[in-house]
Design a protein around this ligand. Structure first.
Ligand code: SF4
Ligand code: SF4
Length: 390
């Protein structure tokens, strides 16, 4: 049943999107493909009109089926005949130079089954708008982007009607590059991480980047409202020490006045329904917000220098030595947090021992370093993991 989720203006795109969006990254983590298809239908049935996906959100479901998030979104939207208002799709590619940009965009439009140009864009009978992102701008990537010609090309693609609006995503370590990218005027939308545990791109930053971007009239998508995938297992431990639950985490982000839409990566209809209940409820007062932030600060330091299990590093890279380094780092990160909290860590030692390759197998070549969005010193952490758990 369609819910009355509030819509907010998506900056100067002048699109209006639901303040709760659907992050399609987790479709690859479900037990099977059909559950992802059913979940997407459920999301649309509730009136959510904003879907956030990416070319690289691919993976293997629990039953071994390879899935592509964009392709599933395309399949579901092409089967609908009831959606008369445009569905706004954000998707992202790694095209930091002209040739990969053209290749990625063509692959995206095909996977999403997009036909038509500009305001005539549609998937089956569903009208859509395509907000196309440069994925994960970092210091190295920003260097390339500025020289490669993709910035003017994005505006040309918009004029040609291939995309509706250009945007980019980035992460905590890159406030300088984010501001520079915004200042170019080449983008209309930005996607950034922000949550009660890490407000460094918001009110806790040297510059409140979210406010800055909002005042430039760009739309803002908030990712990692729950502090990344790693929160799921880690929160089981942290919840003994803090009173913040998932509803508060989401409500904290929804109450930030600069954010257009919070991208909640639900994995089931029940999870999205719980998120919608929060969106339909009241927002915290300034005092409540401050109290939640203070509560989060009791444990947020524990998340420093830990792997967030986001798996973004493996979207376009694999270790030349065949090491599944996020798998090793996730065990080590959980062990480190539990140690800091005085909890038993025996289970992590057993998990580490059972891994096919371990920290000791790292050749310290450093090839993985540029792919970690948290700028973790992966070889150093792998070495520590071996020392503590090996
Ligand atoms: S530093 Fe280690 S984990 Fe990273 S790519 Fe090299 S061998 Fe693989
Ligand atoms: S190593 Fe970095 S990018 Fe890879 S999963 Fe961990 S935090 Fe994410």
């Amino acid at each position: 049943m369609k819910q009355d989720i509030k819509k907010r203006r998506f900056g100067r795109t002048n699109l209006w999107i639901t303040e709760l969006g659907f992050g399609a990254m987790n479709l690859r983590m479900l037990p099977n493909r059909q559950q992802g298809i059913d979940l997407l239908h459920h999301v649309l049935d509730q009136g959510i009109n904003f879907i956030d996906t990416a070319r690289s959100y691919t993976g293997t479901c629990g039953d071994g089926t390879y899935v592509e998030s964009e392709e599933m979104v395309g399949e579901v939207l092409s089967s609908r005949t009831d959606l008369t208002e445009p569905i706004v799709i954000v998707t992202k590619g790694h095209g930091y130079e002209l040739a990969p940009l053209a290749e990625d965009l063509a692959a995206t439009r095909k996977a999403l089954r997009i036909e038509g140009l500009g305001d005539e864009m549609h998937i089956g009978q569903t009208p859509v708008r395509l907000v196309y992102f440069l994925h994960g701008i970092s210091d190295e990537r920003w260097e390339v982007i500025q020289k490669s010609g993709v910035l003017p090309r994005l505006r040309e693609l918009q004029k040609e009607g291939m995309i509706s609006f250009p945007g980019f995503s980035s992460h905590y370590p890159f406030p300088k590059e984010i501001k520079e990218a915004v200042d170019t005027g080449a983008f209309d939308v930005v996607e950034l991480p922000y949550n009660v545990f890490n407000r460094s791109l918001g009110e806790d930053g040297e510059l409140d980047i979210l406010k800055y971007i909002h005042e430039k009239d760009l739309g803002i998508v908030n990712m990692k409202a729950f502090n990344g995938n790693s929160m799921l297992p880690i929160y089981q431990v942290l919840r003994e020490f803090i009173t913040i639950d998932y509803a508060k985490m989401l409500n904290f982000c929804l109450s930030n006045p600069y954010i257009t839409s919070v991208d909640a990566g639900a994995r089931s209809p029940e999870e999205i329904d719980a998120d919608i209940a929060v969106a339909l409820g009241n927002r915290p007062s300034e005092e409540e917000r401050a109290a939640w932030a203070a509560e989060a600060d009791k444990v947020s330091g524990l998340m420093n220098d830990t792997c967030r299990e986001c798996l973004h590093c493996l979207e376009k890279f694999s270790c030349p030595n065949g090491l599944n380094f996020p798998e090793i780092l996730s065990v080590y990160s959980r062990m480190k947090i539990c140690t800091s909290l005085g909890k038993d860590v025996e289970q992590y030692k057993k998990q580490y021992q059972a891994l096919p390759m371990k920290g000791a197998d790292c050749l310290e070549c450093g090839a993985c370093l540029e792919w970690c969005e948290y700028k973790l010193n992966i070889p150093k952490l792998l070495k520590e993991a071996e020392e503590k758990l090996g």
